[in-house]
Each structure stands twice: as C-alpha cells, then as structure tokens.
Design a protein around this ligand. Structure first.
Ligand SMILES: *Cc1c(COP(=O)(O)O)cnc(C)c1O
Length: 463
C-alpha cells in the first residue's frame, strides 16, 4: 500500500518559523539556569518542543482569516454566535459557556457543584482537574481499568473506567459524590481512548445513582477517531456522529480549545441542565467575563469555532493518529521502552524501565527529561513522581504507579522528519543511560509543583 508508513500531511506549508539547536555546552548552561526544570527553559533555546500539545497547534489559513473577521463587541458579538452554534452542533448540549482555557472551565463548574470532602471519580483526572478539585477541598479519585496502569499491556481502550469500582464507590458513598468525570482521551493515563461502550456504561451507572456525568472533552475528536478505528461497528460512521453519540451519554463537558479546538487559547463548558448553567453563569461574569466572551477576544472565538470543525476532519485525524503511532515505532526501534499501545497525542517513555538503576525517590522521569534536552535540544515533560507523588496522612510519600516522560506532538506543527530526529535523540540517551543519575528537589510550591520546582542532579552532569 502506498501510504503504509504514514498518510502524508493533508495540507501544505504556507508560513515557517526558524528554530535553533544550541551547542551542547550551552544547553547544559541553559539547564543550570533553569534549575533543571524544563518549564523554565526559554523557547528560543529549544530545538524541538514537545512539552505539550496544548495551545501549540498551527492554525490554518481559514483560522487566520477568521482572526481578521473576529467581532470584538463586548456583548453578543457575531463571533460568539458562531462559537456557540458550533459547540452546540458538535456536542448537542444546549448551554455554552466560553472560558479562557480548560482549567477555568473546571474551576467554574466545580466551584458550583463540589463541596469540601466530596469525592469526584474519573478514569484519570488530569493534573489541573485534580488540582482544581483538591483546591476546593475535594478528593479526586482515579478509577481507570487495571490494564490502563500497565504500560505494556495491549488493550484497544486503555482509558476505560473500571465499572465495578465506580459502582461500588457510588453505592458506598452515594451522598458524598456530587458528580463523575470521564477524560477522553485519557491524558494522564497515556492519551488512551475510552470506548463508546464504556462511556455508555459509566453513564448508565451514573444515572442509576442520579449523578451527573461530565466529559473532560479536550481530545474528544481523537477519541472519536479511535472509536472509529477500533470500536466494533463504527468503521463507516462519520466522526461528527461518533462524537455526538459520546456527548449524548453525558450531561455536559469541560473543554480546552487548546487541544482539539486547534487554537492557541480558549475553552468552554457545555451543559444540558439549566439550573447548573444559571449558577455557572454568575461565576463566569465574576471571574472570566461576560457570557459571550468568557475571557476571550472575539478573534479567539472565531478561530476556535473554525478549529473545532477542522479537528473533526477525518483526513486530518488519520494523519494525526498515524503520525503519533509512527513516532512511537521510531522511538521503540531506538531501544526505548514506551507506553503501549501509543495513544492519540503523545509518545510516553517508560522511565522506570529505561533508567532501572534510579529509584523512584530520585525522580527517574525527571532525569530522563533533563537528558533529552541536553542531548538534542528536545523539550519533553515529566509525568511521574514530580507531578503525582503525594504524602499520605502519616507523612509517607506515595509514588505513582508509572514514571513517564511525555513527548507530546503539537498539532500540524512538526513533520515526521522532526520526529525521526527526536527518536534518535531518545536512542542516544538510552545508549548512555548508565551515565545518568537521579535528581532531588531543592525548592517546591504547594500546588502543581512540576511547573515551578527547582531540581539538582545527585551527581554533577559532565559532557
Ligand atoms: C489540557 C487539559 C486540561 C486543562 O486545560 P487548559 O486549557 O490547559 O487549562 C484539562 N484536562 C485535560 C485532559 C487536558 O488535557
């Protein structure tokens, strides 16, 4: 077959941006100045930036044209009408609340629905979702299926929720669970999809216990494509229809338009229930802005409305999912252990297998992240103990089940040659693994510590 390796980019390139690879000695200096936290590395010192797929998409010519026609009226702008009708069309939900990004949507919704001490289950809460729940005194509970915790177990829908665990939680803690969430695709669990059957079953359990279900829908289009690819009987169903069915089983969603909105900023809440909508509305005006812009400019609303539709384009999704899959194969062929099967938006390195000699308390995934930058100017992100280790009530540190390094692929930004380069950098680091040592934290904030902590290598790095 002619496209066996990769379905080519279904676009051509109109604008380019220069990137630079600094010499290795300078990269080491950059790391020291950043206190070995890649969030503090200046973008101009990065060659390939795979920190995140959030807000890093390349917009299309149509979106840029939309930026020009953005209506900047404070209230009831044309661009909001377009945004609102697009979200309604995609989700089928009646009420649409724009926010400046996904976490603002989470904060608004949770501050209306969640009381201190209450438990919110999900397959895996994303870090901002968890932090927003915890900041309100709630408990964020992950109930992903056991297969989803094993980085090498092959399963078509590793993002699925464990239905027995959900049911027994709701039985035991009926009064103490205000609502349920389901993240599609499951970012913190490796960008793994959730099956239609699982969404349906989660919904049925929630209905039985009269709990609303919200989708964390950031990558709903990628999830829909996986359902088309791997789900029984969805092969001929258009993405828009699959997506609508996914949304139909929930009562609403929170969304970051920085993912499957193909925009650089933005988000929304979409809801079925008028009562919740009324309560969220007053919070919105207090914290984000008027109902028809929610912290965004008219031009952003315009670009998001167009991007949301483009993200449902099947050729785009086929290319996107194929590119990430091929990237995974290239990384694997370099001898690196990765989370499998490869998810929708990123390749995750399994740091516990790659750096077997570094114990979890010495932050193996952080060490791997630092060395990817040092070796090739590649910025990845730690998704391991720095992000998720927590002290229990007795003060003992509880480590997460996986130590991952995420190589997130921005949408429509890098060609597969860029990714082949990154795979070689990973290979170099793997070959030098015995010369890599652990890290310790020298400074950390109270919340979301991965963003701003400082680190120090246990043994000085020499090049
Ligand atoms: C990115 C993301 C969020 C938060 O969205 P922001 O726009 O970054 O605030 C929430 N949930 C998931 C699954 C995400 O990937």
């Amino acid at each position: 077959m002619i496209y066996e390796r990769l379905f080519p980019e279904p676009w051509k390139i109109k604008v380019v941006e220069k990137i630079y690879l600094l010499p290795k000695s300078e990269r080491l200096e950059v790391l020291k100045r950043a206190n070995y936290n890649v969030f503090f590395i200046p973008s101009k010192a990065i060659f390939i930036d795979l920190l995140t797929d959030s807000g890093t998409s390349a917009m299309s010519d149509e979106q840029w044209a939309g930026v020009m026609v953005g209506d900047e009226a404070y209230a009831c702008a044309k661009s909001f009408e377009k945004f609102e009708s697009t979200v309604k069309e995609i989700t089928g939900y009646r009420y649409v609340i724009p926010t400046h990004q996904g976490r603002a949507a989470e904060h608004l919704l949770f501050s209306v629905l969640l009381k201190k001490g209450q438990i919110v289950p999900s397959n895996n809460h994303f870090d901002t979702t968890r932090a927003n729940i915890e900041a309100l005194g709630g408990i964020a509970l992950d109930l992903v299926i056991e297969e989803g915790k094993d980085p090498h177990y092959i399963h078509p829908f590793k993002g699925n929720m464990d239905l027995d665990k959900l049911e027994s939680l709701l039985k035991k803690e009926t009064k103490n669970v205000p609502f349920c969430m389901l993240t599609v695709t499951n970012n913190a669990g490796g960008g793994q999809p959730v099956s239609m059957e699982n969404i349906f079953q989660v919904s049925a359990i929630c209905k039985k216990y009269k709990k609303p279900l919200f989708l964390d829908a950031c990558r709903y289009a990628e999830n829909a494509y996986f359902i088309k690819l791997r789900g029984e009987s969805y092969g001929d169903v258009p993405i828009s229809k699959i997506a609508k069915e996914m949304f139909s089983y929930a009562d609403g969603c929170t969304m970051s338009a920085k993912k499957d909105g193909l925009a650089n900023i933005g988000g929304f809440i979409a809801l079925r229930d008028e009562k919740i909508y009324e309560e969220v509305k007053s919070q919105l005006i207090l914290k984000e802005g008027f109902l028809t812009y929610g912290g965004l400019a008219g031009r952003d609303l315009e670009a998001i409305a167009i991007g949301l539709k483009e993200a449902q384009d099947e050729e785009y999704l086929r290319y996107r999912i194929d590119q990430v899959k091929l990237f995974g194969e290239m990384v694997k062929s370099q001898g690196a252990s990765i989370l499998e099967p490869v998810g929708g938006h990123a390749v995750y390195l399994d740091a516990l297998s790659i750096l077997k000699h570094i114990p979890q308390k010495e932050l193996p995934a952080q060490a791997l992240t630092v060395h990817l930058y040092l070796e090739g100017g590649v910025r990845a992100v730690e998704i391991g103990s720095v992000m998720f280790a927590k002290k229990d009530k007795r003060g003992r540190i509880k480590y997460p089940p996986m130590e991952l390094v995420r190589l997130a692929v921005p949408r429509r930004v890098y060609t597969s040659d860029h990714l082949a380069y990154v795979a070689e950098v990973v290979g170099e680091v793997v070959r030098k693994k015995d010369k890599i040592y652990g890290f310790k934290i020298t400074h950390q904030p109270k919340n979301l510590r991965h963003f701003t902590s400082h680190f120090k290598p246990i043994k000085e790095i020499r090049i």
